[in-house]
Write a protein that binds this ligand. Structure first.
Ligand SMILES: Cc1cc2nc3c(=O)[nH]c(=O)nc-3n(C[C@H](O)[C@H](O)[C@H](O)COP(=O)(O)OP(=O)(O)OC[C@H]3O[C@@H](n4cnc5c(N)ncnc54)[C@H](O)[C@@H]3O)c2cc1C
Length: 437
């Protein structure tokens, strides 16, 4: 072969290896409930949408959670008394809350901010914000459930909260009185009234509350089916594609560097769950967030099973009947990105179930799956939703903590409104991505 020919060959081989730059109008990073809802509502606006996901769709926190849509849970996690309770639990391996002891600057800064908002002023400011978001999201869920092929086992049966101690009951009632001031109605239940909801299943609870406006679903059905529907109507999905970095020019992100080549997009939505902090850092934005590990254990549904979700207040665990399965979920562990499964914590969840339902023996049930996920937790319990401060074409949609399933549709809707430069009917200042900077 002549030298000229050889040079030509190697040049064309080089061209073949050079990754093509994909173009899209809107790029969404993250294929969890938040990213997929953003994709759906942005597509509805007429945008060309590409969603990239480093693993598979719904492989993060959105997969095995408790599936609760909870307008009644509008009191943020950061509230008076939480620090004291947390400190009491911290040394107990089977408690609902755990911090892995370590010297981590981000964790310490997060805890400091968390401590700063554990007060009634923050609670009272947040209740209307969260309630508006939950209520709007529930309405959107109703519409989504009506789409053909979108069966995600959506049920509007409410939620039963059980209290095993008189102290827990009094605290629960105080909470109900507080949220009633904001128009959130719940029914307080005496012990003898619990049977009406539990269909004869014996409980040790001393009392309870019925939260009629809550709903539930199977979270991975929801995310997968909405992704499938969105793909049918034009959204493109690229899985096993990790975003590594960004190229910028002035106030614009011009290119997104991924493991599957570069992408250029007019607008970018960061919906990377707990991993959003790292993505934001590439854009010089310090997003205070901690991954908070939680577990779920899913069994084949037994014959004797509550027909609505039950929150077991003191143990911070929940039980959700999901079609032919029954899922128990709980614990909040601040252990960084460690995704190991601590079986002692799994056992603690099951032990809590026995404490509320003495006749229910999880050991006798058919185990289907033990799962853990990392909730993306902001210090104040509110999501980060809005435009990035330094770049005009970046929107952040993350930090949903314990509420990401409940708030996913309204998050997608708000992101589409921001993208269209419409003003969302939501208190956006409370959700600002810069509120801790
Ligand atoms: C035990 C448990 C129970 C829960 N119960 C409920 C409940 O009942 N109701 C409720 O509302 N919420 C609940 N939650 C919280 C809820 O699961 C989360 O808030 C929600 O799933 C967050 O969704 P997300 O899309 O932001 O994150 P994720 O589902 O984690 O999705 C983020 C995705 O982004 C991808 N990603 C990250 N970085 C990159 C990158 N660089 N490139 C490409 N892709 C990337 C990840 O792989 C991941 O798939 C629970 C959580 C746990 C752990």
């Amino acid at each position: 072969m002549k030298t000229g020919e050889r040079a030509e060959r190697s040049r064309s081989r080089f061209l073949l290896l050079k990754p093509m730059v994909q173009k899209t109008e809107t790029l969404i990073i993250g294929g969890g409930a938040i990213g997929v809802c953003c994709a759906f509502y942005l597509n509805a606006l007429g945008k060309k949408v590409l969603l990239v996901e480093k693993n598979d769709i719904c492989s993060g926190s959105s997969y095995g959670n408790a599936g609760l849509i909870v307008p009644s849970h509008s009191v943020p996690l950061a509230a008076p008394g939480v620090i004291g309770r947390g400190l009491k639990w911290i040394s107990k391996p089977q408690s609902p809350f755990y911090i892995k002891p370590r010297l981590d600057r981000n964790l310490l800064a997060w805890l400091w901010k968390f401590r700063g908002v554990c007060n009634m002023h923050h609670v009272r400011q947040s209740i209307p914000v969260l309630h508006d978001l939950h209520t709007a999201s529930l309405k959107l869920y109703e519409a989504l459930a009506d789409i053909e092929g979108m069966d995600f086992a959506f049920e509007k049966k409410g939620l039963l909260e059980l209290y095993n101690t008189h102290k827990g009951y009094d605290k629960g009632i105080a909470n109900i009185h507080l949220i009633k001031e904001y128009g959130i109605q719940n029914r307080i239940l005496q012990k003898k009234e619990l049977n009406e909801f539990l269909g004869g299943i014996r409980t040790a609870a001393v009392g309870g509350a019925y939260r009629p406006h809550d709903a539930h679903l199977i979270p991975d059905w929801f995310v997968h089916r909405l992704a499938r529907h969105s793909e049918k109507i034009g959204v493109r999905f690229l899985t096993s594609c990790e975003v590594l970095d960004f190229e910028t020019a002035g106030r614009h992100v011009t290119r997104i560097k991924t493991t599957r080549g570069d992408i250029s997009a007019e607008e970018i939505v960061i919906a990377g769950g707990s991993w959003s902090t790292e993505l934001a850092r590439h854009l010089q934005l310090n997003l205070s967030m901690q991954p908070a590990k939680g577990y779920s254990i899913t069994f084949r549904r037994p014959a004797q099973c509550p027909c609505l979700p039950v929150a077991m207040a003191e143990s911070k665990t929940v039980l959700t009947p999901m079609e032919d399965t029954l899922r128990f979920a709980g614990t909040l562990e601040l252990a960084g990105f460690d995704q190991s499964i601590n079986l002692r914590r799994v056992q603690a969840i099951l032990k809590a179930v026995r404490a509320y339902f003495p006749d229910m023996d999880p050991d006798s049930l058919e185990l289907l799956e033990i799962w853990r996920g990392l909730r993306p937790c902001s210090p104040d319990g509110l999501p980060y939703l809005g435009r990035a401060p330094r770049y005009d074409n970046v929107i952040l949609a993350t930090g949903h903590g314990t509420l990401g399933i409940s708030l996913a549709p309204i998050t997608g809707k708000v992101v589409s409104q921001l993208s269209a430069n419409d003003k969302p009917a939501i208190n956006m200042a409370a959700l600002s991505v810069e509120r801790f900077n």
